[in-house]
Design a protein around this ligand. Structure first.
Ligand SMILES: Nc1ncnc2c1ncn2[C@@H]1O[C@H](COP(=O)(O)OP(=O)(O)OP(=O)(O)O)[C@@H](O)[C@H]1O
Ligand SMILES: [Mg+2]
Length: 469
């Protein structure tokens, strides 16, 4: 086995013996003849393991341990203790020692302990590397957007990611709800544990329940073995309930109980199971309407929306489109091993102005498809799906790389002014549209129409009941 080991002991004979033994095992071994020397070498040596005697004159093993932990939390330490000093050994473990060896020990004992500790360290480093990769894929970085609405979303994510609160993410299909759920999980202290997802819409009532809570053998026809549910699988981590608005009413009652009591039973079982799960739910439904219609439990609704994150449709944040296009182009080029093809000014303007009913998801497919199929070196209007020009709304926020015309430039300035003006008025009235409109002498409908055009949301203006401040 490979790895760099530092042996610390003020007894020369012991140093030499250990060095010989571990050297034969394939480790790269260095020695330090005192605690002080060990501290110095730990700083610069990039070791994987320190084996230190506990009792040494001057700096003792405990201090070496503490120093090692402080310098590099990944650096494992094995403490060699005198016979009969179990108490101290336990203390060393508490301080983060990977293991201890009471004297006298034989060579095999040493070999086994060292090997196990090194393997654990390897696993831990692998695990972290994987996590970092996961972060790259699912992390915050991947959510693109700089519209005020998206900045607001980022802000809230930042504020609540490390709190264990239940979050309800709302937004039309394809707006990025799952992406936001990922970001919440991977920015939380639970990031190293499971992120378990479940789509509540896709299943019948019986199946939803057994998916959520698991079932005992024989609970229903076909339950040939006991099965763990998503709640159990998510223990210590996050459970993401997608399309929660489609959850059957009976299941909603059970879910509510599981949230409140933090315990539940498997389908067909009696034993209560306790879990520690953070819940994130998402829906593209009008939950308030569902509550009024009796399709969604009001108590559950309030329980889920402790914090509510609303992701506006793409049409309300058109200024994000050029960024998203750029992002998807690069991503697709990498994934499909193609060169990035720039969009012509027309094509980009069409993207910005278009009604993307499927929101970001639809934009993404359009870009991927265009990159793969465009015959020329650029992506033109004709390479976009449908008759892009026909269905396009006027491109209100041109961000094409071509110079702006006078008209476009003026439009931009006016728009920026309108945006600030409306937002200020709204803020003065805590997001109350009626009052804000009245104050600035506009009809409410016109005010709202303008808000939509400019991608202003009430949330942005400070009205956000479920959100911590
Ligand atoms: N702001 C964004 N930045 C980058 N990619 C995004 C963004 N928003 C959405 N996407 C991408 O768009 C696609 C749809 O996003 P996602 O699955 O999170 O949407 P959703 O709201 O969960 O949709 P649905 O309601 O249909 O489940 C994904 O490929 C996602 O990576
Ligand atoms: Mg989704």
């Amino acid at each position: 086995m490979q790895g760099r080991v530092l042996i610390v002991d003020d007894e020369k004979a012991m140093l030499l013996a250990l060095k010989g033994l571990l050297g034969k095992e394939g480790y790269q071994v260095e020695t330090a003849a005192s605690g002080e020397e060990a501290l110095r070498r730990i700083e610069t040596g990039s070791f994987h393991l320190v084996i230190t005697d506990l009792s040494m004159d001057g700096t003792n093993g405990m201090q070496v341990l503490e120093h090692a932990r402080a310098v590099d939390p990944d650096l494992a330490v094995i403490m060699i203790t005198a016979h009969g000093s179990e108490k101290i050994a336990v203390q060393a473990m508490k301080l983060g020692a990977a293991d201890y060896l009471p004297k006298p020990f034989d060579n095999d004992e040493l070999r086994v302990v060292v090997r196990r500790v090194m393997e654990t360290g390897l696993l831990r480093r692998d695990h972290r590397r994987l996590l970092e990769q996961v972060h790259e894929v699912f992390g915050f970085e991947q959510i693109v957007g700089q519209s005020a609405a998206m900045r607001r979303v980022f802000e809230v994510i930042e504020k609540i990611a490390d709190a264990d609160v239940t979050v309800l993410i709302r937004g039309e299909s394809g707006t990025g709800k799952e992406l936001v759920a990922n970001a919440l999980h991977y920015r939380s202290p639970r990031q190293a544990r499971a992120m378990v997802k479940m789509n509540c819409a896709a299943l019948s009532r019986e199946l939803v329940e057994s998916e959520l809570f698991g079932h005992e053998r024989g609970a229903f026809t076909g339950a040939i073995a006991r099965r763990e549910g998503k709640f159990e699988a998510a223990d210590g981590g996050t459970l993401f309930l997608d399309e929660v608005g489609d959850m059957p009413l009976e299941t909603q009652a059970k879910l509510l109980r599981a949230i409140q009591e933090r315990e539940f039973e498997r389908v067909g079982g009696n034993a209560s199971i306790r879990v520690d799960v953070r819940l994130i739910a998402a829906t593209n439904q009008d939950l308030e309407a569902a509550v009024r219609a009796g399709r969604f439990r009001e108590d559950l609704y309030y329980r889920l929306r402790v914090v509510e994150l609303v992701i506006p449709p793409l049409g309300e944040r058109r200024e994000d489109v050029p960024l998203l296009v750029d992002h998807f182009l690069k991503e697709a080029a990498k994934r499909f091993h193609r060169d990035v093809k720039p969009l012509t000014g027309d094509a980009l303007r069409a993207c910005v102005g278009r009604e993307w009913k499927g929101n970001v998801r639809e934009l993404r497919s359009a870009i991927e498809r265009a990159l793969l199929l465009a015959p020329g070196a650029e992506i033109t209007l004709a390479d976009l799906p449908g008759e892009a020009a026909g269905s396009a709304a006027p491109a209100t926020l041109p961000a094409a790389p071509t110079p702006l015309s006078f008209r476009d430039a003026k439009e931009r300035v006016v728009e920026a002014f309108e945006r600030d003006f409306l937002l200020d008025a709204l803020r003065r009235h805590g997001g109350n549209v009626t009052k804000a409109a009245e104050e600035v002498g506009m009809y409410r409908q016109n005010f709202q129409q303008k808000m939509r055009e400019l991608g202003i949301t009430v949330e942005e203006a400070g009205k956000h009941p479920g959100e911590p401040r």
